[in-house]
Structure formats: C-alpha cells, structure tokens
Design a binder for this molecule. Structure first.
Ligand code: NDP
Length: 344
C-alpha cells in the first residue's frame, strides 16, 4: 500500500516515514526542496536497503493547487498523512501569513486535491495538536481535557507567536472536519492530537546544536543557572515521545475504529523541574552541571501547573497501550545529542 506523507523534512514526519517503511509500506514523501529530498533518500536507503520510497517537492503547501500534481502523477496513493504545518518561532512575516494561512490552506488544499484527483484514497490522517484542544484561560490546569475538548481561541484574540501557532492548529483541524461534513468525500479522516513531542531525531545527522522547536525547549532548561535550588516551573504541559506519535499515525490507517477519530494521546505531564530531575539522574553528561532546582517539589508542580487529561476514549479504541516514558524520551534525546555535540 502506498502512503503519501507531507512535510517529511520535519521531526515527526521522519519518524512516521521510518515507521511505515519498517512495516513494509510504499511511501511518497514531500518536502520543500530537492536538496532535502536527496538527504532523506540517502538516509532511508542506508537504513532500509530495499525500501519503496520516493520524494516529491511541494515548495509551499499554502499555494492553490499545491498538491494537485502529486495526486495526478501518483494514482497509486491510497493513504495520506498530512503533517506539514509551520511549527517554529521567529518568522519575520505577519502572524497570519506565518502560521494561519499555511496551516489552514495547506489542509484544505490537500483535502480538495484528494477529492478532485484521487477517489481511490480511503484514509487521511492529519497531524493536529493538543494546541487545538487546550483551554487557554485559568481552567487550563483544572479542566479535564479529552478527545472532545476544543480550544475556544479566536484569531482576533491572537497576540503572540505562540497564540498564532495554537490558533493555526485549531482553525486547521476545524476546517478539515468542516470540509468532510460539507463534501462527504470517499475517504475517512482522523486527526492525531499530541501535546509537546520529545525524543530523538530519526537520523543522527539531523542533530545540530539547536534542536527542532519542541526538543529545543529542553535545551532552554539545561541552560538555567546551575546554582538554582528553588522549584523550577518555566512551563506546565503534557509530553509524548515522537515514536509513539508516529505509531499512532500509522494505527489511524490500520485500525478501522480509529479511521474517523480525533486521537488524543499523551504520556505524562512535564515542567522544567521534571526535566531537570530526569537529566540530573539519567544523563551523565549533565549530572551535577545543570540546575537541580528542588526535586522535592516536582510532584506538586506537575499537579499545580499541568493540564488534567483523560485518554479513556483513545485507549478504549485501541486496547491498552504503554507510552514511552518522559525519562526514556529525554535520555534518548541527549544520548543522541552528545554523539554529535560536546557539552558547553
Ligand atoms: P517541524 O518544523 O520539524 O516540521 C514541520 C514540517 O512542515 C516541515 O517539514 C516544514 O518544512 C513543513 N512546512 C511548514 N510550513 C510549510 C509550508 N508553507 N509549505 C511546505 N511545507 C511546510 O515540526 P514537527 O515535526 O514538530 O511538527 C509536525 C506537525 O506536528 C505539525 O503539524 C505540528 O503542528 C504538529 N505538532 C507538533 C508538536 C511538537 O511538539 N513537535 C506537537 C503537536 C503537533 P520546512 O522544514 O522546509 O520548513
């Protein structure tokens, strides 16, 4: 079976492609440039000698008809996983151009292209986010978030880059579901809604001093003043490992009960103090050199600053599932990081 995966230069998508190739799928990936495709072709071919893998260039998902030629040229595509969406901070463009337009138009462009040119596609999976679910007001830490929870954010309320990213994911997911209701296409649509995604890069050669947006948060924690002995919060969030996120995108294609679901997944809550505890205990390169904060307060901070959540619906659909722990994710991030970088 052939799967189209968009945004394959990305952190999560590379693991999705890896998971699919490992299971014997034929994969067509898209990135924005031929040079990114050359890099990925080489890396995957080293790992999977006889893999069936091709890459195409889609330089901007927000341009009208961006995906049409892919579906016209590849009538063998049966499944689509759309991950491409802007997730970085520091763009010089206005917030709507940087986040909302590509997220929203990218999603609608691919759904329209499938509807017009690929009636053989049976399943579409879109990478949405916990961003499209979380409450942004004082109920953030008390509301029990589940697969039916929606972020009520309105674009008019957006002030910061983070608001813009969060709104872009909310609007894109809503638009996808609306598209399905209005057009009643041949395919079913699932979204995977993960919170902050951590874990190793798919290839050591993608690791630099600065990591992808979500893993880079860990580097900001490791740079806290090493003499700090007070409890460290910085953020209160939920975490999941990238390999679990990839697995759930593939499960969404393979398990009929998931095909039309909003698949909310999360492994555990996270604050800076929790990151410090794990890295001081499990990562010898950091041990004793980064802040300790106050580990006696970790449980209190997680309870006070992180969202409450309920995965019952997801777990009922798939049976039990053991998520990779935050400790494992972080250990793997830095054992890979220090293969490439030296501690400074
Ligand atoms: P990355 O930034 O690593 O990947 C994003 C991908 O989207 C890149 O391949 C990027 O291409 C591509 N992209 C962005 N804008 C465009 C555009 N206008 N045209 C074409 N391609 C574009 O981020 P992640 O892998 O972390 O994120 C992947 C998906 O997962 C996103 O939808 C994100 O919102 C979602 N997500 C991520 C979470 C996380 O913590 N990492 C949490 C929840 C959801 P290029 O690299 O060339 O810019």
């Amino acid at each position: 079976k052939t799967v189209l995966v968009t945004g394959t230069s990305g952190f999560i998508a590379q693991h999705i492609v890896d998971n699919l190739l490992n299971k014997g799928y034929r994969v067509i990936g898209t990135t924005r440039s031929e040079s990114k495709n050359t890099f990925l072709r080489k890396e995957y071919r080293c790992r999977y000698e006889n893999c069936q893998l091709e890459f195409e260039v889609v330089s901007d998902i927000s341009v009208d008809k961006a995906f049409d030629k892919i579906f016209i040229n590849h009538p063998e595509i049966q499944y689509v996983i759309h991950t491409a969406s802007p997730f970085f901070y520091g763009s010089e463009k206005p917030l709507d151009e940087a986040y909302l337009v590509p997220a929203l138009k990218g999603t609608l462009n691919i759904l329209l292209a499938i509807t017009q040119f690929a009636p053989q596609v049976t399943n579409v999976v879109i990478t949405s986010s916990f961003a499209a679910m979380k409450q942004m007001d004082e109920t953030y830490t008390t509301h029990v978030h589940n697969n039916e929870t929606w972020n009520p954010i309105k674009w008019e309320e957006v002030k910061t880059e983070n608001d813009a990213y969060v709104a872009s994911k909310t609007y894109a997911e809503k638009a996808a579901r609306e598209f399905l209701r209005e057009n009643n296409p041949n395919f079913s649509l699932a979204t995977v809604n993960p919170p902050y995604v951590f874990g190793p890069q798919c290839f050591d050669s993608s690791v630099g001093l600065v990591l992808n947006t979500s893993n880079e948060i860990l580097n900001t924690v490791t740079k806290l003043d090493p003499s700090l002995r007070s409890p460290q919060v910085m953020f209160g969030a939920l975490a999941i490992d990238v390999r679990d996120v990839a697995e759930f995108h593939v499960k969404a294609l393979e398990i009929p009960a998931l095909a039309s679901e909003r698949i909310f997944i999360a492994a555990e809550p996270i604050t800076a103090q929790k990151v410090l505890d794990v890295l001081n205990n499990c990562c010898p390169t950091f041990s004793g050199k980064i802040a300790r904060g106050d580990p006696s307060q970790t449980a209190n901070l997680l309870e006070k600053y992180c969202p409450k959540y309920d995965l019952t619906h997801t777990l009922r659909l798939i049976g039990d599932y053991k998520f990779i722990s935050l400790q494992q994710s972080l250990t793997d991030v830095y054992s890979q990081y220090f293969k490439v970088n030296t501690y400074q």
